[in-house]
Design a protein around this ligand. Structure first.
Ligand SMILES: O=C(O)CCC(=O)C(=O)O
Ligand SMILES: [Fe+2]
Length: 350
């Protein structure tokens, strides 16, 4: 199978220990082991007396759509999108194939672990795991391009449907990301031709958060930001768990508005490109005692050789604004993030 550019970028990153790569066998576990107990999880917003604000919900068919999106990216770094045109059945298909994968015995899943040879593709714990002293109540499967080699390993005959569904979903998400991307460029008044015409890359992350016997002391995904331009997230089963850090309010839950709403997050590279005008969404995932939550995250970003140069807009500012970040190649950014995690943005500040 040909490797994509994004896979190449992940290949070069430092190897991580098996403990931070291989999730525990959630099928056999009855109690949360000490390795997964997070003593301090702040489950409440900072201002308890106020009703938490709602993440903006944007209808993709609304007039002035780019203004609504731009405003949400500036004030929240996240929004929910409805009327996006992706049919509901596709989400069900992807979810059922993802469940089929996560239901496999632990030894089977361990056969398709992410490795340096496979770049970013494969099964494993979250990439941020090495930055925390405790482990997360989560397992994931990352797909860059085609999952064919891994699927053949898992199901000697019955692998084609899994691949077809994952490829169709990636294509739909890439098209939708590109649509959102053009609206964002319009809002940012970007004029650089290459931002409109270049090839973009993407990756699909299947996330599984099994039922947890002690949800108050375990975490699904620790706080983090996503690296690329945008993430489009589908949470299955209407099961909440995702929270975003909202300035002045603390951790704020993003409840699914309807079955077909998708959540869109601003990632670090879009934050840099917008010269800090858009917030990068700092988010985490909580777990549930009785609901096994799945989510599908599609990460959309530039080709790894692209150079990200902050756009200086005169829209909201009088006079010339200096770039807040130095320009950075995507490949360099991915490797800095793998080494420094959330400190990376401050390292690039100019
Ligand atoms: O499961 C979720 O709601 C969020 C997933 C996520 O943050 C990620 O995959 O980066
Ligand atoms: Fe994320």
């Amino acid at each position: 199978m040909a490797t994509t550019a994004l896979q190449e970028a992940y290949k070069d990153n430092p190897p991580i220990s098996l403990q931070h790569l291989l999730p525990i066998d959630f099928h056999s576990i009855q109690e949360v082991p000490n390795s997964h107990i997070w003593p301090k999880i702040n489950n409440f917003p900072i201002s308890l007396d106020e009703k938490p604000p709602n993440v903006p919900i944007i209808d993709l068919l609304a007039p002035n759509i780019e203004k609504l999106i731009g405003h949400a990216c500036k004030t929240w770094g996240v929004f929910q999108v409805v009327n996006h045109g992706v049919c509901l059945e596709l989400f069900d298909e992807v979810e059922s194939q993802a469940r089929r994968f996560f239901a496999l015995p632990a030894e089977q899943k361990a056969k398709v672990l992410r490795s340096s040879a496979s770049g970013g593709t494969g099964y494993g714990a979250a990439r941020i795991a090495p930055f925390f002293s405790k482990l997360m109540w989560h397992e994931g499967f990352t797909i860059m391009d085609s999952p064919l080699d891994h699927a053949k390993e898992l199901w000697s005959h019955d692998y084609q449907y899994f691949c077809d569904v994952m490829e169709t979903y990636q294509k739909k998400m890439k098209d939708l990301s590109y649509k959102l991307w053009l609206l964002i460029l319009k809002y940012l008044e970007a004029s650089q031709q290459d931002l409109f015409t270049s090839e973009y890359s993407g990756a699909l992350q299947l996330n599984s958060y099994p039922c947890c016997p002690n949800p108050n002391h375990a975490i699904g995904l620790a706080p983090h930001t996503d690296s690329l331009f945008l993430t489009i997230l589908h949470q299955t089963n209407n099961t909440k768990g995702l929270q975003i850090m909202k300035k002045g309010h603390g951790w704020t839950s993003i409840s699914p508005v309807s079955n077909d709403a998708l959540i869109v997050n601003v990632g670090d590279l879009l934050h840099i490109l917008s010269n800090g005008e858009f917030q990068t969404a700092y988010h985490r995932v909580l777990v549930d005692q009785t609901k096994h939550r799945l989510s599908l995250a599609y990460f959309f970003g530039p080709q790894v050789d692209s150079l990200i140069v902050p756009l200086i807009s005169s829209k909201d500012n009088v006079g010339v604004v200096a770039p807040k970040y130095r320009s950075v190649k995507v490949k360099e950014y991915i490797s800095l993030k793998a080494k420094h995690n959330e400190k990376v943005l401050s390292l690039l500040r100019s």
